[in-house]
Design a protein around this ligand. Structure first.
Ligand code: HEC
Length: 160
């Protein structure tokens, strides 16, 4: 992944911090979550063709670290992402029950297509099919929250 792409993602992410809507009610959240899981998000039956080997999970982690960490943190659990909880909708922990309830195919669909109109961008074209499946493996094998430190882009860590 190029530096330029990371930068443009970062800018998009920063723009998101500007739009703070009222937090949705519990009822709204339930309806939205149900609709996403059953209707909006495609790919439910697609199987991950990539084996969950240590090497493949690590490849997924590399791809994730090159891009997604700007919004999701290195650990996929928002560690060190300053706006994760304040944007609307907020950025979920990818280790959460609600995200893990998606099938592998749905997770890949989300990575490929994004979730319109929320802040989750489509990455179609930036990653190969294989890389997207490897990222799904990484999402299924996330490390302990906080164990990878903070994304260097926010000045949290020195090892740039
Ligand atoms: C610009 C910030 C941003 C980037 C970059 C980003 N995401 Fe997201 N992501 C979000 C937001 C915001 C949500 C919440 C969307 C929603 O609930 O509708 C989200 C939600 C998700 C979800 C859960 C969807 C749900 O319905 O709960 C997954 C899985 C996900 N992202 C994976 C990824 C992966 C993998 C990458 C890298 C290829 C990535 N994201 C890059 C902002 C981002």
């Amino acid at each position: 992944m190029t530096k330029q792409l990371t930068l443009s993602v970062l800018l998009a992410a920063t723009a998101l911090t500007g739009c703070r809507a009222k937090p949705p009610s519990k009822f709204d959240t339930k309806v939205v979550t149900w609709t996403k899981h059953h209707i909006t998000i495609g790919g439910k039956k697609d199987k991950n063709p990539i084996e969950a080997s240590i090497d493949n999970i690590d490849e997924g982690k590399q791809a994730f670290t090159s891009y997604c960490m700007v919004c999701h943190g290195l650990d996929g659990q928002n560690t060190g992402v300053p706006f994760a909880a304040t944007i609307s909708p907020p950025i979920p922990s990818l280790a959460s029950e609600s995200v893990q309830a998606y099938s592998d195919g749905q997770l890949k669909w989300i990575i490929k297509n994004g979730i319109f109109p929320s802040g989750m961008p489509p990455s179609n074209g930036d990653f190969s099919d294989r890389e997207m499946w490897e990222m799904v493996l990484y999402i299924r094998h996330l490390p302990k929250a906080g164990s990878l430190g903070e994304p260097p882009v926010y000045g949290g860590s020195k090892d740039k």
